[in-house]
Write a protein that binds this ligand. Sequence first.
Ligand code: AMP
Length: 210
Amino acid sequence: MKLVLVGCPGAGKGTQAEKLSKHYGIAHISTGDLLRDQIARGTELGKKVSKIMEEGGLVSDEIVSSMLAERIKDEDCKNGYILDGYPRNLAQAEGLEAITGPLDKVICIDVDDNVIVDRMTGRRSCPNCKEMYHIKYNPPKVEGVCDDCGTKLVQRKDDNEETVLNRLKVYHETTAPLIEYYKGKGILATVKGVGDINEIFAEICRVLEG
Ligand code: AMP
């Protein structure tokens, strides 16, 4: 199964992709995570993209698409994958099926902008086991510490208010047109991304299996 999740930053794509990955036994590919990994490892590519990412801009299509093409060769992708954060613009969408072959479904997770800033600036994650938290809506038992593995939680550099607003602007100008694009291809389904995480997940599964 080859899936794409679209939706504004903070819509819950990463959370749902993780659950879908476990449920269907397919890989979760987040181009943002792949890029952050390059930055953390201090590679040349990481150095090239870190400022763009800190400001909430988009990394060049060439860099991201070749990274994706490499990633899908990995063993864990043999049953399929969920793309989270790719494609981000029409050029990437138009080139995507040349990399992946036909997509089964594109799920749009729909959330209003007015809840996004609050959601994202309160986001924290565990750098070790990747568990996600929110300081208000899903706090860890001990402040700043992962419930599962005890690691100190971190905040993404681009989850500050100024950058979030810029990421939303980039999303509406550049990424949102993909919704019409995939509607036109007849493979788009839209799911409301507000409310209980497990109910949103169940709705996505219904769309995929229905
Ligand atoms: P994300 O984790 O998906 O929110 O992505 C974080 C940042 O990584 C974005 O703000 C972009 O700077 C960069 N990025 C991730 N995916 C892409 C993509 N498909 N095209 C261009 N830039 C990307």
